[in-house]
Design a protein around this ligand. Structure first.
Ligand SMILES: [Zn+2]
Length: 207
């Protein structure tokens, strides 16, 4: 007896076989124990795969996976000094602006700022010796920047650089210096430049 190729049974199990071809395959199944058992096994595999695709993984698991797998490092870091700078506007500072009435301080003790540049919103906060941030795209709502590089500059010196994860989040080793800026590479030729002075006011006692 000649048999159908295994790939045909995979298609059959996935309901990808046209009706005209399905009828002779069913006839073969009735007569062939080998193909019947192969299809039974393939159907289980296909069903398991479909179940895995449908169910959302638990949030804790995703968080854990994100912290275990570091973001990929680009082959070449941008030459920050050569990128065209795009200015950003400071739209919120936890040190400058009072919280809206009724809002609880979500990050008491952390200096927090929000910048806007074109369609991008950049959230930054200092947590201990880390500068934590996220770039998102709000207006118009968009996919954001994907994975991008960020640099921490003091004068012309690159103090630290990092790559964001796919959610636009990044974390940099941070030690306060004068004239610090965060630069966010938004393309191969341009970057958003964010002065960190608003985050440093507290350290200088200007709170
Ligand atoms: Zn067969």
């Amino acid at each position: 007896m000649s048999h159908y190729d295994i790939s045909r049974w995979v298609d059959y199990a996935r309901n990808l076989v046209p009706e005209v071809q399905r009828t002779p395959m069913e006839a073969h199944l009735n007569a062939c124990a080998d193909c019947s058992s192969a299809l039974a096994w393939l159907s289980k595999v296909v069903a398991a795969g479909a179940a895995a695709r449908l169910s959302e993984p638990p949030v804790e698991l995703v968080e854990a996976a994100r912290s275990v797998f570091p973001a990929p490092v680009p082959v070449e870091w941008p030459v920050w000094a050569e990128l065209k700078r795009r200015a950003a506007e400071l739209t919120y500072s936890s040190l400058r602006d009072p919280l809206p009435a009724g809002t609880r301080t979500a990050h008491a003790g952390f200096a927090q700022v929000v910048y806007r540049s074109g369609p991008y919103r950049v959230d930054l906060r200092v947590e201990g010796s880390a500068l934590v941030g996220q770039v998102s795209q709000e207006e118009p709502a968009g996919p954001g920047l994907g994975v991008f590089a960020v640099g921490l500059l003091a004068g012309k010196k690159v103090m630290a650089q990092a790559v964001s994860n796919e959610f636009g989040e990044f974390c940099l080793e941070y030690a306060s210096r004068s004239n610090m800026r965060l630069v966010v590479a938004i393309s191969k030729k341009s970057c958003i430049e964010l002065p960190l002075t608003p985050l440093q006011l507290r350290e200088r006692g200007v709170n």
